[in-house]
Design a protein around this ligand. Structure first.
Ligand SMILES: Cc1cc2nc3c(=O)[nH]c(=O)nc-3n(C[C@H](O)[C@H](O)[C@H](O)COP(=O)(O)O)c2cc1C
Length: 260
C-alpha cells in the first residue's frame, strides 16, 4: 500500500478539490483505495455499497452534464460512483453469513441471531404489508424492553443503505488523501439521469460520486471553515453545558485543550 500519511494528517489535509491536473492515477493504486473503501464498517456488516469506477473520458463527459456541469468530473481522470443497494440485506446478506461461517469469522450463534434480526428489521413488503404489521406490533413489543427501531417502509431502507454507503465514500476520500491524491465529493447531480446513463438498476440509489486525481499544483488550496468543536460537543447529555465549559476553557487559554 502507498499510504504515505498517518491518518490524522490524511484527514487534516483532505479538501474538496475542484481543480485537477491531467496526471493519470495508476490502476493498482485505484484498486487499493477501493479495497480500503470496501473495508468500511456497516450495520450487520451488510455492505450495501457498489462502486462504479469510471475512467472513460466520454462517459465522464456525460456524467459532467448530468452533474450540473461541475468540471472536476472532466478534469479528474477518475470518477467513482457510490451506489447503494437497498436490497443488499436480502441479496448479499446470505452470502456474507455463509462466507463468514466457512471462513470461521462468525460463530453459528451470531449467524443465527443476525440472520433473524436482519430479516425482521429490514423486511417491509410485500406491498408494504410487513412494514404495516410492524407499525402495529412494534410499539407493543417495545413496552416491555428496549427495541431498536425497525424499518417500516422501503424508503427508510433506501435512506439506510445510502447512509451506510457514505461511510465507504468517506473511507475512500481519507484513504485517497493519505496516498497524496485529491478527491471531490459531489451530490449535485440529477440522480435519475445518472442512473440511466450508467445502467444502474432501480433498487440502487446514488448518494454521492467522488472525483479522484492529482490536484492542480497552481491552485491554492484554501482551508475550509469548521464550527469550533466545543460548539458541537455535548458531554453526557445533550443540553449544552458546553457554553459554560467553553468559557472556562477560553479563560484558561491553554494550548493543550482538554476535554471536560
Ligand atoms: C456528500 C457531499 C456532497 C458534496 N457535493 C458537492 C458538489 O456537488 N459540488 C461541490 O463543489 N462540492 C461538493 N461537496 C464539497 C463540500 O462543499 C465541501 O466538502 C465542504 O465545503 C467542506 O470543504 P472541505 O471538504 O474542503 O473541507 C460535497 C461534500 C459532501 C460531503
Amino acid at each position: 500500500m502507498h499510504t504515505h500519511l498517518p491518518t490524522p494528517e490524511a484527514i487534516q489535509q483532505r479538501r474538496a478539490v475542484r481543480r485537477f491536473s491531467s496526471q493519470k492515477v495508476r490502476d493498482q493504486l485505484v484498486y487499493e483505495l477501493l479495497e480500503l473503501s470496501n473495508r468500511a464498517p456497516s450495520g450487520f456488516n451488510i455492505q450495501p455499497w457498489h462502486f462504479v469506477l469510471v475512467r472513460d473520458q466520454e462517459i465522464r463527459g456525460l456524467i459532467h452534464h448530468v452533474a450540473l456541469g461541475q468540471k472536476q468530473i472532466i478534469e479528474a481522470p477518475i470518477t467513482v460512483v457510490f451506489a447503494a443497494n437497498q436490497r443488499a440485506w436480502k441479496e448479499e446478506f446470505p452470502r456474507i453469513i455463509k462466507s463468514s461461517l466457512t471462513e470461521g469469522l462468525m460463530s453459528k450463534e451470531y449467524a443465527r441471531y443476525s440472520a433473524a434480526n436482519v430479516r425482521a428489521q429490514f423486511r417491509t413488503g410485500p406491498f408494504g404489508f410487513y412494514g404495516f404489521a410492524k407499525r402495529i406490533t412494534h410499539p407493543l413489543r417495545r413496552l416491555s424492553k428496549p427495541l431498536a427501531d425497525p424499518f417500516y417502509t422501503a424508503d427508510e431502507v433506501r435512506s439506510y443503505s445510502r447512509a451506510q454507503t457514505m461511510i465507504a465514500a468517506s473511507t475512500f476520500m481519507i484513504a485517497a488523501s493519505g496516498a497524496g491524491l485529491a478527491t471531490s465529493p459531489i451530490e449535485g447531480f440529477d440522480e435519475r439521469r445518472l442512473k440511466k446513463l450508467l445502467a444502474i438498476p432501480s433498487h440502487f440509489s446514488v448518494p454521492v460520486i467522488v472525483s479522484l486525481g492529482y490536484p492542480l499544483e497552481t491552485e491554492e488550496s484554501l482551508d475550509s471553515y469548521r464550527i469550533p468543536l466545543l460548539d458541537k460537543l455535548s458531554v453526557d447529555v445533550f443540553p449544552n453545558k458546553l457554553s459554560r465549559l467553553k468559557a472556562q476553557n477560553e479563560s484558561k487559554n491553554e494550548p493543550d485543550k482538554q476535554l471536560p
